[in-house]
Design a protein around this ligand. Sequence first.
Ligand code: NAD
Length: 487
Amino acid sequence: MKMLIGGKWVDAAGGQTFSRSSPGNGMEVGIYPEAGAEDVDRAVAAARSAFETGEWPYMAAEDRARILTSTAELIRKNADRIALIETLESGKVISQARAEMDWSANLWDYCAGVARTLHGDSHNNLGPNLIANVMREPIGVVSIITPWNFPLLIISQKLPFALAAGCTAIVKPSEFTPGTTLILGELLMEAGLPDGVVNIVTGHGRPAGQRMLDHPGVDMISFTGSTAVGKIAVQSSAQQLKKVSLELGGKNAQIVFADANLEEAADAIIEGAFKNAGESCNCGARLLVERSIHDELVQRVSKRAQSVKVGDPLDPEAQIGAIISPAQLDKIVGFVSRAREGGAGVLLGEGRAPSDAGLYVYPSILTGVDPQMEVANSEIFGPVLSVIPFDTPAEAVAIANQTDFGLSAAVWTSDYERAVAMTRRLQAGTVWVNTYSSGPAELPFGGYKQSGIGRENGRAGVEEFTELKTVQFHFGGRQAWWVRGQR
Ligand code: NAD
């Protein structure tokens, strides 16, 4: 496939390419241009020109919305094709990839609505001689950099929001999963997006991604990925004081009290910890359980976990597919074996699952985890659940809040007074009560602490891509400044 720059499908200026092999079976599934700084510069120039002289930022929201709606329809129409590429490149199971297509299309639909309701404010209480408009304008050219775990879904949490606001963009998907973002580029062109409004480059973090962070022609960075690279984005942004929006890692806790519906909680714990092979920023990697029900809940969870099917991502019955890369697989296995050496019990699944060419691990449940252990604090990004008992709500809050992250958390209890009290104390951008992992397009999503800066989705998600401009209109004679005073 080729890259999209200024409405044209192009190779990298230097002619280099890279390939992607499926983590499910080791076979090559895509060859892509390896963008360098020169390619990013061309993409930024195209986005800059589409923003400065193109129609997009000033187009009636009605017309922008029509293109976003068409894109949603095209995603649905092409869902099977996109889901297949997503599965081949990411290793996620096909049933889940298919569900993510609907979820993604829904975000484009939502943004069509938000585009039409986005507006500024007016002030008519400023005295007889002054009225003012506070205009909400697109921030400009945005560098959008995405990870590999939910390729189409994550770009759909950013790009339609930026477009709804009237921005133009340069997009770089992860080097592991560029295919579906390029297909999205095709769909945008088919939907009638003007040339240069969205430019897609493929390549690695360095040099392409880094140039997107550093480029002086970029007004905003919207990044989802690791906390380490998020910090690089903040450093790079300082050069021009670009606005930065970051969605980073998590070490999320599901807190289960003795009065919870344990059957439903057990199901959500499995889903939270093992869905997408645990390669999810929202992975419910820590189970904090009230001590009196520890054994019962762990037994329920482990019984369910034993029936989770690990295998070929293309198998419609598989629930956990392949791990993204050999390095990630080694990282996951390393965390589990260090936890065992540190005294944790490995109740279920240790290590790599046998396969001739694919990258698979069994889901693991670690018990007797001390809150100070590495496995209780570091993001693993694999199907590993650490179980930590607690005795009081205050202790549960303290353990939940002790990590550097603050993305999400869940509370399971039938006592809603306790639930409300817990939600107020948990340091997390999303707190679920008696559920996990739902994420309607209407609701803001993002992290406290080192899980990020800013919010995606909802009205806040569009407003991230805007600037406020205050315009004051004076009427009547204007008093000289020395009469008026120094205001
Ligand atoms: P990563 O940080 O390694 O890579 C993310 C993207 O950044 C890729 O496109 C990569 O090419 C690019 N990149 C790498 N180095 C760069 C540099 N120096 N300059 C510019 N770009 C660079 O992350 P990953 O391994 O792809 O994804 C996993 C991480 O993403 C996890 O930490 C996970 O928690 C996080 N994540 C967060 C959310 C969220 O919404 N909070 C969602 C999904 C994933």
